[in-house]
Design a protein around this ligand. Sequence first.
Ligand code: ADE
Ligand code: ZN
Length: 336
Amino acid sequence: MHSFINNLPKAELHIHIEGSLEPELMFQLAQRNQIELPFNSVEEIRSAYNFSNLQTFLDIYYQGANVLQHEQDFYDMTMAYLLRCKEESVIHSELFFDPQTHTDRGIEIGTVISGIDRALQDAKTQWGMSSGLILCFLRHLSADAAMDTLEQALPYKDKLIGVGLDSSELGHPPEKFTAVFERALAEGLLTVAHAGEEGPADYIWQALDLLKVSRIDHGVRCIEDETLVQRLIDEQIPLTVCPQSNLKLCVVDAMSQHNILQLMDRGVLVTTNSDDPAYFGGYLNKNYTALVDSLDMTSEQAVQLARNSFAASFVSDDIKADFNRRMDDYLTAHKL
Ligand code: ADE
Ligand code: ZN
């Protein structure tokens, strides 16, 4: 079953590229850029990765991003993730990045976008990797700062597919960002938002009705509102769920209690994703196999999750059909 999953064609729709920065590369970049890290070894970094909620993770995650200074650093981080996708049969990925984490340290937004985009283009040329880039606003910062960030990004609009909303959820409801999302939509960008990870179901309603999102990131707390679950089913609004992240950030007490398969069985368009793989102990396949190990996920359910990831992606219908054909070929080869 694990090897069936490892080779299963799939898409990833919820990965923060800064969350793919492994301690080894963090250390290497710190040395290359002569930046002091508050850790003496890779092991020390890894042992600091014990989180009790979203904020305890974010504090360490933003600190780790300080080693990223030059265009080549963003390239190296992104290419390391894309090579992992190649190994794990991830044929398409829509990546988040947090420009404010870098521009607030004096790094040009163009440096960030060019480094990430160059890696995406190289992966496309080298092995046909399909991808898209989504700019996330940090919700703990002001709405004005988000608008300013969008304006700085507009010259690079052709390299983006959409905008999103991440960082500390509680106390920073989607409604705070209505104006900047309206502007992004007017510029032809799609919208997504983290909602219902730690925050209440009401934040999911706000993301849908005020930010006009095409997908909800996480969304697992929708289960607390039956009317909302029914809407997600009726309108087939995708949720990009991240099981291993939910476990590590104590959104669930145990993987065996995760509601992802329950939501899928009810008809919600759920997908599985890694969120911040370097911090949560695994890339996309680990998130699939965790569901096999703790929730007895069947191969049919794994295939459904992968097909959902194609359906929920922001590619054209033609490309979706191509992804599904690749899945059909894989299943035929496995006599399924
Ligand atoms: N930024 C990176 N990972 C995140 C998460 N799981 N929730 C909110 N913001 C994030
Ligand atoms: Zn996330």
